[in-house]
Design a protein around this ligand. Structure first.
Ligand code: S3P
Length: 430
């Protein structure tokens, strides 16, 4: 297994980084372009393994997707009803977004398909999408009474629905909206708190009728989607590693370019600022219907905060690296209402607690979160990624502040979302 030793830099982190394209938006760019009419051109597409799983799935269903250069895809859409039956199982690898969004889309096709994934994905809950899709008429089977992949899907005609989701999940919302594209009439999804809204933004830019509602969203089925150009903004979830590193490594001044700051995703900026972090947003602009900015992170003394409720979906993927910030802050940071972390690529509450403790971190685990108390300085040691890209990268940030070298085991997983992470990190830490 691939491993790396990370040592704290002699000076602060200096310079600039441009993080890769947003993972969620990259997935959606392929999905919507494939069922639109005509050609779409996607640039700054994230060349991560997860996103290439989505590309592979649509190629198997007859869509021509050409790589025109680094991060540029030309996609010749087949229209809403042009996909072909894949002649083999679709392997979604580690990608929860691929399997859950495709479940909604494939439930509505006139063919049979099977979705599977790697050892981690095959342990992740799928009933959350199968349940609402079944009420629309979907026929989907999975292991353990439909909870776990592989999933077998007999495409069927679907009816529009109104779904009140018990959890704030963009993957659930998007699966239902994708199915709703094929149903006559209006399909609505309501959530306890708003989840990321990239599906709504992108569907509307492809020509679908999307209506925001109090606590939810409605789409009108059977639209004609038109191919277009999409410039994918940089991923705030990837930028978060550099934001925290810039704040906790003394003497740092790090400019992170081209970061998506969609309000349903930018909770990490708000929380790190409330901890006392100096994060300046510069050059705010718009990229393909998404707000984008450059972010200047300067070393800061951080203090603990309490977060929960509607903040959680706005920074759900950043909680592992936020815990590293908390371990370097004065006082205790309390994270609640985040039970969803237990069903991510790994159980991220257990993984963060176990790995931070190996470096001398003080973590108390709750069923729905954790309390992290700051220490003078983390120590060195050996940690494990649990096969989870965000745990591996969070541990690298922890290592940058540690008293002694940290060896991180099983780092190959960072290729799922951030293939050039180690190169970029090496470039700014000397
Ligand atoms: C994603 C939604 C989030 C997030 C995941 C990507 C998406 O999951 O954690 O990394 O692209 O829709 P949930 O929707 O399950 O909360």
């Amino acid at each position: 297994m691939e491993r790396i030793e990370v040592t704290a830099p002699k000076q602060g982190l200096k310079g600039e980084v441009a993080v890769p394209g947003d993972k969620s938006i990259s997935h959606r760019s392929v999905i919507f372009s494939s069922i639109a009419e005509g050609r779409s051109l996607v640039s700054n597409f994230l060349p991560g393994e997860d996103n290439f799983r989505t590309v592979g799935a649509f190629r198997k269903m007859g869509v021509r997707i050409e790589e025109k250069g680094e991060g540029v895809l030309a996609i010749d859409g087949l229209g809403l009803n042009g996909l072909k039956e894949p002649d083999d199982v679709i392997d979604c690898g580690n990608s929860g977004t691929t399997i859950r969004l495709l479940s909604g889309l494939l439930a509505a096709q006139s063919f049979f398909s099977v979705l599977t994934g790697d050892q981690y994905l095959r342990k992740r809950p799928m009933k959350r999408v199968i349940k609402p899709l079944s009420t629309m008429g979907a026929r989907i089977w999975g292991r353990v009474q439909g909870e776990l992949p592989p999933l077998a899907i007999w495409g069927s005609p679907l009816q529009a629905t109104r779904y009140d989701s018990p959890i704030a999940s963009a993957q659930v919302k998007s699966a239902v909206l994708l199915a709703g594209l094929y149903a006559e009439g209006e399909t609505s999804v309501f959530e306890p708190h708003p989840s990321r809204d990239h599906t709504e933004r992108m569907l509307s830019s492809f020509g679908a009728e999307v209506r925001p509602r109090q606590g939810g969203v409605t789409i009108v089925g059977r639209p004609t989607l038109k191919g277009r150009e999409i410039l994918v903004p940089g991923d705030i979830s990837s930028a978060a590693f550099f934001m925290v590193a810039g704040l906790v490594v003394p003497g740092s001044e790090l400019l992170i370019r081209n970061v998506g700051i969609n309000p349903t995703r930018n909770g990490i900026l708000e929380v790190l600022r409330s901890m006392g972090g100096s994060l300046e947003t510069l050059n705010e602009r718009d990229a393909a219907g998404e707000p984008v900015a450059d972010i200047l992170a300067t070393s800061s003394r951080l203090r603990g905060v309490e977060i929960g409720g509607s903040m959680i979906p706005r920074l759900i993927d950043e909680i592992p690296v936020l815990s590293v910030a908390a371990a370097c802050a004065e006082g205790t940071t309390v994270i609640r209402d985040a039970a969803e972390l237990r069903v991510k690529e790994t159980d991220r509450i257990a993984a963060v607690a176990a790995e931070l403790r190996k470096l001398g971190g003080l973590v108390e685990e709750f069923e729905d979160g954790m309390a992290v108390t700051g220490v003078e300085q983390l120590g060195g040691g050996r940690v494990d990624s649990h096969g989870d890209h965000r745990i591996a990268m969070s541990m690298a940030v922890a290592a940058l502040t540690a008293r002694a070298p940290v060896e991180i085991n099983d780092i190959g997983c960072t290729k799922t979302s951030f293939p050039n992470f180690w190169g970029l990190l090496g470039g700014v830490s000397k």
